[in-house]
Each structure stands twice: as C-alpha cells, then as structure tokens.
Design a protein. Sequence first.
Length: 163
Amino acid sequence: MISIIVAISQENAIGKNGQLLCHLPSDLQHFKQITSGKTVVMGERTFFSLPKHPLPNRKNIVLTDVPNKTFEGAQSVYSIEEIVDLFSKTDEEIFIIGGGMVYRQMMPFADKLYITHIHHSWPDADTFFPEIDTNIWTLTQNETMSADDKNPYDYSFAEYIRK
Ligand SMILES: NC(=O)c1ccc[n+]([C@@H]2O[C@H](COP(=O)([O-])OP(=O)(O)OC[C@H]3O[C@@H](n4cnc5c(N)ncnc54)[C@H](OP(=O)(O)O)[C@@H]3O)[C@@H](O)[C@H]2O)c1
C-alpha cells in the first residue's frame, strides 16, 4: 500500500530554494507520529534537504537516476517502476515523503494521501504538489488547527483515499 504525506500551501506549493516553506513544529510532530517505524521513500534532493538524514527510526529509500549511486543509511532505488513493484501489492503501508518530482510521478500509484493544508500563500514558491482531484480522491478526515505561539499559520490535517 502506497501513501503520500505532504504539507501544502493554499496554492499547493511545497518548497522554495530546496527547503520547506515554513517551520510548523506541529506538522513535523504529525509527520513523525505517522511515519515512525515505517518505510519512507524520497527523491535525492529531499534526502539531502533533511536536517538529519537518514530519518531516524524509519527505513529510508532514496530515488536517483544515477546508476549504482548509494546513500549512507538508506537503500537506493533507480526508477518509479521499482518502487511500484516493491510496494503496490503489499499490505505494508509505505510513505512517499517528497519532493515535487517524486510526488508528481507517484500520485497515480498512491492509495492514500495525508495532506497538511497550511492556510497561507507563498507567491515565490518554486516546487508544487499536483492537484488533488475530488473525482479521484475522497476526503475521509479533516481536523483544523489554529495558529499558536509555535505554529505561525492555521492548518488542517486531512486524509484522502482513492475512490
Ligand atoms: N512540503 C512538504 O511536505 C515537502 C516534502 C518533501 C520535500 N519538499 C520540498 O520539495 C523540494 C524538493 O523537491 P524536488 O522536486 O526539487 O526534488 P525531489 O523530488 O526531492 O528529488 C528529485 C530527484 O529525485 C530523483 N528522481 C526523481 N524522479 C526520478 C525517477 N523517475 N527515476 C530516478 N530518479 C528520480 C532524481 O535524483 P538524481 O538527481 O540523483 O538523479 C531527482 O533529481 C524541496 O524544496 C523540499 O523542501 C516539501
């Protein structure tokens, strides 16, 4: 089973200059709670953008185009097909954790989306998540949280499953 987990802005932006759009500790906690002990799959750029890589307490898998390239503390995969073959027919839930290139290619194969909707805009963002088509995805959960002294914007933790 393939799940996607991501934090997106009001315009589906996810990143700028190789980094996240903002620091939202509550979302990092949410991400950690959902993915801990699980397998996480990411593109090479996202792997190196992490403050600490590999992500602790998770099996890390990194997608790269470069044949035989390896990453310390992570398994390498070299194509989208390899990820789909490994995980689409297992009961184990694995998580696609970015970035833009990998989300776009994995969206057709995903069974579930964990989306943090950040209620804010970043007009200068440079990396985006694909449109969540409501003809394809059913919203099954949506919990809205208010900004506080640690989290600068309102946000919602949403879950969608494929129809
Ligand atoms: N908001 C969020 O939740 C969230 C989550 C994750 C990341 N992000 C943001 O997203 C941005 C990074 O995303 P990105 O799109 O630039 O990069 P990315 O998707 O993280 O990584 C791209 C790299 O993955 C490899 N790759 C992608 N497709 C491949 C394929 N079909 N076959 C083989 N290798 C493939 C290539 O690596 P090689 O160059 O090694 O071939 C490519 O350069 C950053 O700003 C990051 O902060 C945001």
